[in-house]
Design a protein around this ligand. Structure first.
Ligand code: 5CA
Ligand code: ZN
Length: 409
């Protein structure tokens, strides 16, 4: 699939710092030391009800990761998927009497538009699950040949016991895993499974549902976790720097994906850091497609809200925090954007050299965007109160805010 156009990232004087970021697997901060090309896989949308503010907040976090790396003069190899066949997508298409392929295409197109408007940097490889199927089948066959997969009434399951490192991403106990498995697409109560949380690798064709040639697996479609593994291993290989998503992906999705990859390759770990963004809520509950409590980027855009204000709303919250979308948080960002724009539109101002370093410092410290915004606020307040004589300062501030925060002033 094609991704979306990249907005330009202005070059800044000097160089950024190495990123220190929270890793769910170790439960602490790790300083990543990518080579000249940093490698990141971010789980993409399941294309219906896109793009809501929860999605936008999560992709904003990983956009910041890229911007920090780019500022260290590294290249970034970024891969993202689209889960363009899955039970909830098929259910939504049935509910609304739509063709599931058309629904996925329409929502993916809308997501691209929203990402472009928000100045999120595009992945180099944007890959649909459906187009990845020819690469998935041999991986499932290999897992079966390794004795890590078993058949149950035609469906193929992964045996979590086959990975000695299973559990190291989420650190959850068996009871918690079982609960989350039931909530998040698993089938822990299906009789005949070796372990209740074993996830499906290949689902045998069901009447009335799409299916593909699975070679020795028979016709069917892939399980969710193996899709992301196939795409990540194909484009990034093992031991890439960051696997990213919202905190609801830590288990089962990233745990299972890591185990699939580790058994397939015999290497550990799949990713050096598992990075998870907090959940955005609306009216007191996690914004989710199943509840329908959603605020869409496209609706705000249609209502004339500047995408830069939407982006500033996301940036005002630490990526790991759970937070609530309200009219007030958006209004605060609209006001902030107006003040920032007025401050940089003056011909001169107070020196911004320290500000660039403060933004760099804040973002390299576990993506502390609120601290970065506070630093810009301080420069803007100085500009408003007494101004300054540095004629390069307004331009430096605009470029830094654009390059490091993705906000065009
Ligand atoms: N297609 C899979 C990943 S392979 C998926 O989870 N799709 S999704 O459309 O449900 O979510 C896309 C991304 O948005 C995931 O990283 C998910 O964790 C994140 N996300 C979903 N809801 C929220 C929310 N309310 N707040 C923050 N992030 C969210
Ligand atoms: Zn994924």
């Amino acid at each position: 699939m094609h991704a979306w156009p990249a907005s330009e990232v202005p070059a800044l004087p000097g160089q950024g710092r190495d990123l220190r970021i929270h890793d769910t697997a170790t439960g602490g901060l790790v300083t990543l030391d990518p080579g000249p090309v940093a490698r990141i896989y971010v789980c993409g949308i399941t294309p219906y009800d896109a793009t809501h503010m929860g999605h936008a907040a999560t992709y904003n976090a990983f956009d910041l990761v890229q911007r920090v790396w780019l500022d260290t003069k590294r290249q970034v190899h970024y891969v993202q998927n689209v889960t363009d066949v899955d039970d909830p997508l098929l259910e939504r298409a049935r509910r609304d009497d739509l063709d599931w392929v058309a629904l996925a295409e329409k929502e993916t197109a809308l997501f691209r538009e929203d990402m472009t408007a928000l100045r999120m940097l595009p992945p180099q490889h944007y890959v649909g699950a459906v187009e990845a199927i020819p690469g998935i089948v041999p991986l499932v066959e290999r897992l079966r040949d390794l004795g890590a997969a078993y058949e149950l009434e035609g469906d193929i399951y992964f045996s979590v016991e086959s990975d000695p490192n299973f559990g190291r991403v989420s650190g959850l106990d068996a009871a918690a895993m079982r609960l989350l498995s039931a909530e998040r697409g698993g089938d822990p109560d299906r009789p005949g499974k070796k372990n209740p949380v074993d996830p499906m690798l290949w689902m045998a064709a069901r009447p009335g549902e799409p299916s593909w040639d699975g070679a020795s697996l028979g016709p069917g479609r892939p399980g969710w976790h193996i899709e992301c593994v196939a795409i990540a291993l194909d484009h990034l290989g093992m031991g890439f720097d960051v696997q990213g998503g919202g905190s609801d992906l830590a288990f089962p999705h990233h745990e299972m994906g890591a185990s699939h990859a580790q058994v397939l390759t015999g290497a550990f770990p799949m990713a050096k850091a598992y990075v998870h963004a907090g959940m955005v809520a609306l009216h007191g509950a996690k914004m989710s497609k199943s509840k329908g409590n959603l605020v869409f980027v496209s609706t705000l855009r249609r209502d004339g809200v500047d995408p830069a204000a939407v982006r500033l709303t996301l940036l005002a919250h630490h990526y790991r925090a759970d937070w609530e979308w309200t009219d007030q948080v958006l209004a605060d960002a609209v006001a902030r954007l107006a003040r920032w724009r007025a401050a940089v539109s003056r011909p001169d101002g107070p020196s911004a050299d320290a500000l660039v370093e403060e933004i760099r410092e804040a973002l390299a410290d576990d993506l502390d965007a609120p601290a970065a915004l506070a630093a810009v606020d301080r420069w803007v307040a100085l500009q408003e109160e007494r101004g300054g004589t540095d004629i390069s300062a307004p331009g430096v501030v605009s470029r830094a805010v654009d390059a490091l925060l993705g906000v065009a002033l």
